[in-house]
Design a protein around this ligand. Structure first.
Ligand code: FE
Length: 212
């Protein structure tokens, strides 16, 4: 049975910060806490490099991603580490109050951290909005859209991660391909050479065949 918490609604955001270079990750847990002053809370895994940099700088940015976001942005920001790659290298970015925002998003804002709470796996940062910028008029992506339309999965560092249950033995055998980067799966005997992961933009070489 699916956990009832999976029915809680979320969005898809890119959270950034910056010391000598910009860092960032995908977050689904961003919520407004108060209106005046405007404060928000975000939840970031301890393992994310972005968590470390937010603690050092005391500031973070949030870009609100739309349903039309380039899937490779979710692939880069959600499934790679800023310790290893410059995630902003091939992404159109602009700075707001010195912090990175993604262009072609629904908009974004920059926060000064006013409180933090540690949980066993995640830090909850509460931030006061110190700058904001409107973006395009596309529909902000919800987590349900990400899961049901893009067939995206929660990466292991996400607050909503649920380990996959073992397959149902009564199902007939099918060929299933899994994206090694984001976990997206698709049923097919073969994948065309020009197939691109609809979630993270990886080429067909990133797919491995699994049996379900
Ligand atoms: Fe993928």
């Amino acid at each position: 049975m699916k956990h009832v918490l999976s029915k809680i609604s979320y969005g898809i955001y890119s959270v950034g910060s910056k010391m000598d270079h910009p860092v960032g990750c995908i977050a689904n847990s961003v919520m407004q806490i108060t209106s005046d002053p405007s404060t928000v809370a975000i939840s970031i895994n301890h393992n994310n490099y972005t968590n470390e940099i937010i603690k050092k700088t005391g500031q973070f940015s949030v870009s609100i991603l739309s349903e039309k976001v380039d899937p490779s942005i979710i692939g880069t920001f959600g499934y790679q580490s800023s310790r290893k790659v410059d995630k902003y290298k091939n992404v159109e970015t602009e700075e707001l109050a010195g912090f990175p925002l993604l262009k072609n998003s629904c908009g974004g804002f920059v926060c000064r951290v006013v409180a933090t709470t540690e949980t066993s796996t995640h830090t909850i940062f509460i931030g006061e909005v110190i700058a904001q910028q409107d973006g395009n008029s596309e529909i902000p992506m919800t987590y349900r859209y990400y899961q049901e339309v893009l067939k995206g999965k929660s990466p292991q560092n996400a607050p909503t991660y649920v380990p996959e249950e073992s397959s149902d033995q009564t199902q007939s055998k099918k060929s299933v391909w899994r994206c090694k980067v984001c976990g997206y799966t698709i049923e097919a005997d073969t994948l065309p050479e020009d197939f691109v992961c609809p979630v993270c933009g990886q080429p067909v070489s990133a797919f491995v065949k699994i049996e379900v």
